[in-house]
Design a protein around this ligand. Structure first.
Ligand code: PNS
Length: 165
């Protein structure tokens, strides 16, 4: 059974993430999408909501497992005997930090990191930019899976209603 991990914050999952997960799911028997829990960072979506959205949007792959993990990613991989981490690279600017993490992770447990070039359609795309643009009313519908777009607009509306109450 060939398995790999696709880690991230996924707050929320975008079409760019989905592109990488779908491509990884064609290369591996099982892809573990790991939502990294960062207690010091308040997300727009709870970890449970992020997992639900990832499960909904990757269901068509048929070989994707979604889990949350708090702590080192290498521990998640080691506990399950998973030898590879897949990361999308959007641009050269991603490379410095990704290389650092890949080398650190390899030094810690020997886990390999494989880089997949993001589709050029999504090279500028990040969850934070999507949230910012959407919160100012910009159209991000082409950048998110439909259920995610719907939930994002609902969350922004809830927050603005709470703010103006
Ligand atoms: O989507 P992001 O926020 O760019 O993903 C970054 C992530 C979650 C992959 C990275 O921060 C991570 O691996 N966090 C888990 C904790 C860890 O292992 N840190 C050491 C990295 S060398």
């Amino acid at each position: 059974m060939r398995r790999a991990v696709c880690p991230g914050s996924f707050d929320p999952i975008t079409n760019g993430h989905l592109d990488i997960i779908e491509r990884a799911s064609k290369l591996y028997d099982v892809v573990h999408v790991v939502v990294a829990i960062n207690p010091s960072k308040q997300g727009m979506f709870s970890v449970a909501e992020r997992i639900e959205l990832i499960e909904e949007t990757t269901a068509q792959c048929g070989n994707v497992v979604v889990e949350a993990h708090q702590g080192l990613l290498v521990d998640y991989c080691r506990e399950r005997g998973i030898p590879a981490i897949i990361k999308g690279l959007r641009a050269v600017s991603d490379f410095d930090y990704e290389l650092q993490m890949a080398q650190m992770n390899h030094g810690l447990t020997g886990v390999e990191t494989l880089f997949v070039p993001t589709s050029p359609t999504y090279s500028f795309l990040s969850s934070s930019l999507v949230k910012e643009v959407a919160s100012y009313g910009g159209d991000v519908s082409h950048l998110l899976p439909e259920p995610v777009h719907r939930r994002l607009l609902a969350r922004i509306a809830e927050r603005s209603a709470a703010g103006s109450a």
